[in-house]
Write a protein that binds this ligand. Sequence first.
Ligand SMILES: Nc1ncnc2c1ncn2[C@@H]1O[C@H](COP(=O)(O)OP(=O)(O)OP(=O)(O)O)[C@@H](O)[C@H]1O
Ligand SMILES: [Mg+2]
Length: 592
Amino acid sequence: MAILKRLIAIFWAEQPIRAAVYLSVKIVASLIPSAQIVVTRKLVDEAAVLFSGHGNIARVSLYLSVQLLLFVLLSALLGLERYQFARIQVGIKRYFQEKIAGQAVRLPLAVFDSPGYYDKFHQATYAQSKANILNSLFSGIQSVITLVSFLAILADVSPWLSAALLLYIVPSLLVNLRIGKSRFAQMIHQTPLSRKTDYFFHLLTRKEFAKEIRIFNSASFLLNGWRRMFGQTASEQLDLEKRATLKVLGVDSFGVLLQHGLIALLLYFGWLGRLTVGAYVALAQTVVSSQALIQKLAMDLATVYESTYYVSEMMAFIDGEPESKGTVAAVRFPDPIRRGIKVSGVEFAYPNRPVKVLKDISLEIRPGEKVAIVGENGAGKSTLAKCLLGLYKPDKGAIEIDGIPIEHIDTEDFRSHVSALFQDFVRYELTAAENIALADAASRMEEIRSAAKRAGVLDLIEQMPQQFDTQLGTMFGEGRELSYGQWQRIALARTFFRKSRIIVLDEPTASMDPVTEQAIMRTLHELMKDQTAIVITHRLSLCPLMDNIFVLKEGRLVESGTHDALIRLDGEYAKMYRLQRESLKGVYSEVI
Ligand SMILES: Nc1ncnc2c1ncn2[C@@H]1O[C@H](COP(=O)(O)OP(=O)(O)OP(=O)(O)O)[C@@H](O)[C@H]1O
Ligand SMILES: [Mg+2]
C-alpha cells in the first residue's frame, strides 16, 4: 500500500494537470457502458414496437443517435486517455531511470565488489518495466466503477443476479493474485541465473571479447552455456505459465457456466412476463460484459499486486544507503597542503573476502613530493591507492591530510582536489576533448590542449581529421580507434586536466612506448609542479627519478626510502631492481 501511495504521489507530482485530465477521462469512460446498456434496452423495446407496425420512427432514430454518440464519445475518450497515459508513462520512466542511475553513482565503491549489488540492480531495472502498475491500478478502479453500475442494473431486476456475479469475482481474484505472487517469487529466485545468462550474452556480442572468443574458439562453450541457462529459466517460467493457464481456465469455465445460468434465469423471467425483449437483451449484455469485466479486473489487480513487489525492490534500491557525504561539519580540503599526507596503521579487507589486503601500513608523503609505490602483483598497491583517494574506507587506522582525517573532508571538495589514472582506466566513446575534459570540453580549450601536450598526445590529436572533436572508439559513427597506449595517454591527459593537489597514477605508462614513458617520467617534477604525486609502477628504472619509494609485500610496507638508500639497504627493492636491470642487460647482450 505504501508503495502505491508513493507511486501515486510521484505520478501526481510529475504532471498534475495531465494526471487530472487522465483521471477525469477514466471516470467518465467508466460510466459510459451502463449508459449504453440503458439506451440499448430502450432502442430494442422501441424497435420491437416498430416491427409490430405501431412504432414511432422519431423515437427510434433518437435512441439510435444517442447510441452512436455514446460510441463516438467512448472512442474519443479512450484515445485521449491512451495519449495522456503514454506521456505520463514517459515521465515515470524518466523519473525511475534517473533515480536508478543517480543512486548507482552515489553508492560507495565497495558496494560494487559484492554480487548482491548486481542482483539488486538487475531487479531494479527489471522492475522498471513493471512501473505501468498505475495503468493497471486505474484501469482496475475504472472496472470497479463500471461493474458497480452493472450490478445496480442487475439488482434492479433481482438482487440474486448481482449476488451470483459476485460469486465469480472472489475465486477469479484469488487465482490471479496467487499467480502474480508466484511470478514475483520466481523472478527473485531466478535473478542470479538470469544475470549470468545476460552476462554470457554480453560476452558473445561485445567487441571487447570478440578477439578472444575467436582465437580461443570459445564461442560454442559460451553459446552452449547461454543456451543451457536460458533454457532452464525459460522452462521454469513456462512451467509456471502452464500451471497459471490451467488455473485461470478453471475459474473462467466456472464464469462461463455461471453466465449461462444467469442468462437462462433472465429467459425464465421473460417467460414469466417480468421482462420486455429490450430488458432481456440489455440484461443479457450486462451479464456477458460483467463477466469479461471481472476477468479484466482480476488481471489488473493481479498485475498491481505483482508489480508492487517489483516496484518495492526498485524503491529499496533507490532508497539504499548512499556514500556518506563526510561528517556533519565537513571540513574543506587543505589547499595548499602544508604538512602532507599521513597514513597510520591502515588495515583493509574487501567486504567480500575476510583476508586483510593491507596490514598495518604507516607512511608519510610531504607536499609536492613524487613518490613511487612498488611491489609484486597482488601486494595491495592499487588497494592502497584507492584508500588514499577515499574510495575505500580503511577498517582500521587513519589517513590524514595536514592532520585532517580524509573522511572529515567534504566529499565533493576532496574529489575536486584529487585526480587519478587508474590501472583499468575508462575509454570513453566520446570526442577527444570530452575524453579529457568531460563536462568542460566546450569551454576550456586552452587547458585541454595543455593537458594533452603534457600527456604526450597533442600531436596525435592534431593529426586526426576533426582534431579535438574527433569521436574516439568504434561504437559510434566515424569513430577513430586508438591503440591501447594512445588511449592511456588520453586518460593521462584527463588526469592532468584536473587542477588537483594530489595525483595518483596507477601504472601510468604500462602500455606506453619507452620514448613516451621516459619523456613523461623524466619531466614528472615539471609536469606536476605544485602537486603531490603517487606513482605505482613495475618499471623500477623509473624509481631513481622519485623522491621516495614505498615497497609493499603481501599487504605490508616492508621498505621505504630513496632509491640510493634502498639500494644500500640491499633488501627487497634492491633485489627486484637488480633482477630487472639484469634481465634488460641480458636482452641487450643477445641483441649485440
Ligand atoms: N574488488 C576486490 N575484491 C576482493 N579482493 C580484491 C579486489 N581487488 C583486489 N582484491 C585482492 O586484493 C589483493 C591486492 O590487490 P591490488 O589490486 O591492490 O594489488 P596490486 O598490488 O595493485 O597488484 P597489481 O600489481 O597486479 O596491480 C589481491 O590479492 C586481490 O586478489
Ligand atoms: Mg594494481
